[in-house]
Design a binder for this molecule. Sequence first.
Ligand code: DQA
Length: 145
Amino acid sequence: MSKTIHILNGPNLNLLGKRQPEIYGSDTLDDVLRTCSAVGAEFGLSVVQRQSNWEGQIVDWIHEAREQAAGIIINPAALTHTSVAVLDALNTFEGPVIEVHISQVHKREAFRHHSYVSLRADAVMAGFGIHGYALAMRHMGKLLG
Ligand code: DQA
């Protein structure tokens, strides 16, 4: 049975491709799924991708990943900088966790420089556009494939 990676996306990322394209680019979450599935296939990994604007939904999906996923790639979006609940949930997950940010958060406002999720993440990507998800997937492949 192939191992599955869960890609979880937080608030406002449903608008990826339309939202502030000068910062986040014109690619969409469908493009993320397409490229990550292609990389996953190289390593025998399948991909499930989800997005929610609700913190509790992200927490519930992390709990679900405990049973169903070999690894988590997460772009918590604004919850990165605010959510102890998302951090606590990730701390219950035993597999690898990779944090992804499309933009280079450290070049932006000071409030984006702190990440609760980084306290748990095994690796962090920032500033690679949606290519960061594919790079994260490739690293998952090395770790798990
Ligand atoms: C983001 C960066 C966050 O600071 C922001 O709140 C987002 C997206 C990124 O992918 O660059 O919504 O996580």
